[in-house]
Design a protein around this ligand. Structure first.
Ligand code: ADP
Ligand code: MG
Length: 343
């Protein structure tokens, strides 16, 4: 038997491999692997949505700067975000934890206080989970269950050429928040008496430690009587997500740097780190904003929304997913977001 390294597949290659082995057979399974949530028909006018995401200490978070309360909140928010990305409403969650005796009861109380705050914020019930010992740090796995009216569901694969590409909020901030926290950690390890230099950085750090899921946008779109033609949440960076929408929809895309929303704080701090704000937005990840496409005829309905930017349009040619820079240059969009399995 030959041994194939996981790095030859990468995360997406591995998921694709699993996907090929498990074709859904039940008529109730409307969508299996491949979107932000699975879609199940339980026989009403709504679909049930199921999504799961795991956070692992040392991979997704570092407890030397991530407060447990924020971590609890984030674990729920990132799952709620995947339900929102189907144009759905979250309803219930289950929470599974792997932990060691390194944690006190009070520490776990903190974690659950964050989970509870998120349950209140997103109006979801915690209905179960699992508890286990872990020898490799804290593991948090959340499953979110949601619902969506059948005629309102938004998949990744519904975009058409000429659709307008929209994104909520701003991008790149969570990545710079992570750079700031990592820098403070390095400096603290070198000189424990140093005071943190994090004034004015609250926005970026908040975006990293305590991201919000964009459930408000789902209400806004619903009020505007608009169903996106495709949608995904931005967990791995704009580049990776636009490529998913294009690949699954069979379209190309043109996005314009000048229209990509980047907060002033992101610009300033990117400069400090000698990073390009554009790269942070394209490849940073963890913004948990929503990226979606709409028919041009729907543009009027949301053009004045303060929460939505219009960053480009879908095109006919699936081989050309391009970004037009402020200088007028044109480059293929490349995903560099998720590389854990190759490190
Ligand atoms: P997201 O970033 O939206 O959470 P992922 O990139 O994690 O999505 O996953 C993409 C798709 O692959 C989803 O449908 C997810 O359920 C599925 N998936 C991921 N890992 C596995 C796995 N180990 N087994 C089966 N399906 C998986
Ligand atoms: Mg997602």
């Amino acid at each position: 038997m030959t041994r194939t390294e996981l790095s030859t597949l990468g995360e997406f290659g591995l998921i694709e491999r699993i996907n090929q082995q498990f074709t859904p057979v039940l008529p109730q399974t409307i969508k299996g692997i491949g979107d932000d949530a699975a879609v199940i028909d339980t026989g009403s006018d709504e679909y049930t949505l199921v999504s799961t995401d795991m956070l692992i200490e040392g991979v997704h978070f570092d407890l030397s700067y991530a407060p447990l309360k924020h971590l609890g909140f984030k674990a729920v928010a990132v799952n709620v975000s995947d339900i929102a990305a189907m144009n759905g409403t979250p309803r219930q969650i289950t929470v599974s934890i792997g932990l060691s005796n390194r944690f006190s009861v009070e520490a776990i109380d903190e974690l659950y206080a964050g989970i509870q705050t998120a349950c209140e914020a997103y109006k979801v019930d915690l209905v179960g989970g699992d508890t286990s010992a872990s020898r490799s740090g804290l593991v948090l796995s959340v499953t979110a269950i949601g619902t969506v009216k059948k005629d309102k569901i938004a998949y990744r694969n519904g975009a058409q050429p000429n659709d307008v590409i929209c994104v909520t909020g701003d991008l790149g901030a969570a990545y710079l928040g992570l750079q700031l926290l990592e820098r403070e950690k390095r400096e603290f390890l070198e000189n424990p008496n140093m005071q943190p230099q994090l004034e004015d950085k609250a926005y970026l750090i908040g975006r990293q430690l305590k991201p919000e899921a964009r459930t408000n946008i789902i209400y806004e779109l619903n009020d505007a009587d608009l169903v996106p033609t495709s949608m995904i949440d931005v967990s791995d960076g704009l580049a990776s997500e636009i490529l998913h929408l294009c690949k699954q929809s069979g379209t190309g895309a043109q996005i314009f740097e000048e229209h990509i929303p980047v907060a002033d704080e992101t610009f300033l701090t990117a400069d400090e780190f000698k990073l390009s704000p554009l790269t942070s937005a394209l490849n940073g990840g963890e913004d948990y904003e929503l990226l979606f496409t709409i028919k041009q005829t729907d543009y009027e309905k949301i053009k004045n929304s303060p929460h939505i930017s219009f960053i480009g349009f879908m095109t006919n040619d699936p081989s050309a997913v391009e970004i037009v820079t402020k200088g007028g240059g044109r480059f293929p969009v490349q995903a560099q977001g998720w590389q854990h399995l190759t490190r």
